[in-house]
Design a protein around this ligand. Structure first.
Ligand code: A3P
Length: 352
């Protein structure tokens, strides 16, 4: 098996053919296979090899703010909250209502498309619209070096950025100069929300059962997992002055309290009226009706399966705490709880 070492010190090990068949049995296969990182056992698409060191060495600026968190923990909500607090608290920013990924890019997206694919793009190639968008924003850029990371590089300041990467693959000095907001969510709701997303997005196209999905999750076999290690790495840093650790459940149950805490952390000095604007603009109902995450003409729109969207909801699905109780069977709950007790017993998750 081929492997190389990233600057973060991880060995990137190509997943062997039989293991790949097992991991991709119910998912659309990744064009470049999968990698396991050692240590940690992180599971990433093969193109992580192309992007890992670029993100590790990303040129952070002093007033950047980074949203981090595992998939389905509420990171999009935090993206919109932070951007609004920093730019749109008077509800007068000209870019409000434009696609959120233009305003707050996810800097690790290059690994899903593999920058090498830009070497030969014909006018009818599916990557052509993405390349055109990139060329507009970065006329001197080289797409084969990753378009998202370069587009993030030219974003006007103050930049709000997002990554789903765990702290251990980011530069160890990150928190010394950049404020990060980490969001965590109870594992039962994460499983339900992630299962939904994997069925909804065309590029995942999950075809297994919920029960099988729970097994993928607890066995560390979902992409960008394992979730437990993702949370644990952030939890260990929670007392760092540049890290703000927030739980989805707290944000949901007392949004204003959490907005005030964020106001202090970011030093945004928003008034009660401005915080109220932020709360309204980023409420689930408002974000769901704007739907400017997936329902956009952006070339990187992940593509949603209309029949799933109609029957089970779209990207903005329920936006509540505790939807696991209508979805998971008692034995699934027990499996997830056992996993939580084993790996994350110190984290005070709330389930309601
Ligand atoms: P559900 O699938 O449980 O509804 P991420 O952005 O990290 O992918 O997380 C997505 C989850 O956050 C989804 O959970 C989504 O509905 C929820 N979410 C997004 N915006 C929200 C908001 N404004 N308020 C509450 N939940 C929100």
């Amino acid at each position: 098996m081929a492997s190389k070492t990233s600057e973060s010190g991880h060995e990137l090990v190509e997943v062997s053919r039989p293991e790949l068949e097992r991991l991709e049995r119910h998912f659309t296969p990744w064009a470049n296979g999968l990698l396991r990182l050692r240590p940690g056992g992180w599971l990433f698409p093969g193109a992580f090899t192309e992007t890992a060191d670029k993100i590790y060495n990303f040129g952070w600026k002093e007033d950047d703010v980074l949203v981090t968190g595992f998939l389905k923990t509420g990171t999009t909500w935090l993206q919109e909250i932070l951007w609004t607090m920093r730019n749109h608290s008077n509800l007068d920013h000209p870019l409000a209502n434009t696609p959120i990924l233009d305003r707050v890019p996810i800097i690790d997206t290059d690994m899903f498309i593999n920058p090498k694919g830009f070497r030969s793009v014909t006018p009818s190639h599916p990557l052509k619209p993405m390349l055109d968008d990139f060329k507009k924003k970065c006329p001197d850029g080289d797409a084969t070096q990753g378009i998202y990371i370069q587009m993030a590089g030219v974003l006007p300041e103050p930049r709000t950025l997002k990554t789903h990467y765990p702290f251990s693959v980011l530069h160890p000095d990150l928190l010394e100069h950049t404020k990060c907001v980490y969001v965590a969510r109870n594992p039962r709701d994460v499983v339900v929300s992630l299962h939904h997303m994997c069925r909804l997005f065309e590029y995942n196209n999950y075809s297994g059962t919920l029960e099988q999905f729970v097994d993928y999750f607890v066995n560390g076999d979902v992409i960008q997992g394992p979730y437990w290690l993702h949370v644990k790495e952030a939890w260990e840093k929670r007392n760092h002055p540049n890290l703000h650790f927030i739980f989805y459940e707290d944000l949901k149950s007392d949004t204003m309290k959490e907005l005030r805490r964020l106001n202090d952390f970011l030093g945004t000095n928003l008034t009660a009226e401005q915080l109220d604007n932020v709360k309204c603009y980023t409420s689930f109902g408002e974000m769901q009706s704007r739907n400017n995450f997936t329902n956009t003409k952006r070339p990187d729109n992940p593509g949603v399966k209309k029949e799933i969207e109609k029957s089970d909801g779209g990207f903005f699905r329920k936006g509540v705490t505790g939807s696991w109780s209508n979805t998971l069977t008692p034995s699934m709950v027990e499996k997830i709880d056992e996993w939580t007790r084993k790996y994350l017993s110190e984290i005070p998750f709330r389930y309601k």
